[in-house]
Design a binder for this molecule. Structure first.
Ligand SMILES: [Zn+2]
Length: 384
């Protein structure tokens, strides 16, 4: 939990809420202000609850989910309304939070052999109905929190599986590379959350890269809002353009990298660049994106990045990962180079492929086989 004090990740970037707070009618402005204030309140509360995180983290097990109801208040976690063995409730938000956490758990467990966000069976806690008309969802370092949305601009935030996958992946990042939530490392934190958030949905729908929508927050924008989602990995900068929300500001190339003090240095903005690289790689490789492109990114996130990694270091690390997993000069490794070139990132010259872990890619590992030092083997994807 060494990075838990830095971790507070909202799905909506501040620039979007700030635009709403100035562009809409009085009611919209008030709601946007309340959502900004509620997020600020949650930040403060998280700091108080912080030490409890360690207690929640040290209880290894299998899939364990709990859902709480804040009943439109701002006290976390709220009233317990559904545990792992409980039946469906009548509350659609509760069931969506429960099912989305389950789909995310299943994705990481089946595809990468990871037991929950911390790799150690951490219980997945979610709180729904946070605040009143709260326009956001966030991971606070310990749990997921979802607002109901205001119904005019945003629908309820449990509705998008990619949003749930995105937020829980912030937990995975926190327990692996621990990318600092500022500037380029912060944009990478957002990037990995977007990549695996989208892959959770693709895996759950068993979609190939060419069939996937590559959107984050699809279905989240209320009827009448001009846009299809919060972000697009495939076409950054095209997700929405609406008088109330402004225009999707994400760049898709390094030449449009935005230097800003807002949004922790543009973490929700510049993430468009690596997002585009990943979607490009997955499209070049074809098939299920979680199998090869996703595996390269997972290896990179969990074994090859430091907390302050830059885009350049991330690109180089994905190239090394591809070499370790699929071989030097393999089609996968060459595609990684090509994908980064598409967004204006050239790999460092003379990169050597270090001897990577011999990870099982196509065949099942023998349970008796010892893991390489400091490395846990990836499990192959299940065919079930
Ligand atoms: Zn995020």
């Amino acid at each position: 939990m060494s990075h838990s004090h830095d971790v507070f990740c909202t799905i909506l970037p501040p620039h979007m809420l700030k635009h709403m707070a100035t562009a809409g009618d009085k009611e919209t402005c008030d709601r946007a202000h309340r959502s900004l204030e509620a997020a600020a309140a949650a930040r403060g509360q998280r700091a108080i609850l912080g030490p409890m995180a360690a207690l929640l983290a040290v209880s290894p097990g299998e899939k364990r989910r709990t859902v709480y109801d804040a009943k439109n208040g701002q006290v976390l976690p709220g009233k317990l309304v559904r545990g792992e063995d409980d039946k469906k409730t009548k509350d659609v938000s509760v069931n969506e939070a429960f099912d989305g956490a389950g789909a995310t758990y299943d994705f990481y467990r089946t595809v990468y052999g990871r037991n929950s966000v911390d790799g150690n069976g951490m219980r997945l806690d979610s709180t729904v109905h946070y605040g009143r008309n709260f326009d956001n969802a966030f991971w606070n370092g310990m749990q997921m929190v979802y607002g109901d949305g205001d119904g005019r601009i945003f629908n309820r935030f449990t509705q998008s599986l990619d949003v749930i996958g995105h937020e829980l992946t912030h937990g995975v990042v926190q327990f692996s590379a621990g990318l600092v939530y500022q500037d380029e490392s912060g944009a990478l934190n957002e990037h990995f959350a977007d990549v695996f958030g989208s892959l959770v949905k693709q895996f759950s729908k068993q979609q190939t890269a060419d069939k996937a929508d590559w959107l984050i927050g699809e279905g989240l924008l209320a009827k009448g809002i001009k846009g299809i989602a919060l972000r697009s990995l495939k076409s950054p900068g095209t997700a929405y353009n609406d008088p109330l929300l402004g225009r999707d500001p994400q760049p898709a190339h390094m030449k449009n990298f935005l230097r800003t003090d807002d949004d922790n240095g543009g973490v929700h903005i510049n993430s468009g660049i690596p997002n585009k690289a990943f979607a490009t790689l997955a499209t070049i490789l074809g098939g299920f994106a979680w199998e090869r492109a996703g595996k390269i990114w997972y290896e990179t996130l969990t074994r090859r990045l430091t907390a302050n990694a830059t885009f350049q270091q991330c690109a180089d690390a994905t190239y090394e990962s591809a070499g370790a997993l699929f071989g030097a000069a393999s089609a996968e490794q060459l595609a990684v180079r090509q994908a980064w070139q598409t967004v204006g990132v050239e790999l460092t010259k003379g990169l050597v492929v270090v001897d990577g872990p011999k990870l099982p890619v196509k065949s099942a590992p023998s349970p008796a086989a010892p893991a390489p030092p400091l490395l846990r083997p990836l499990l192959p994807r299940s065919r079930n």
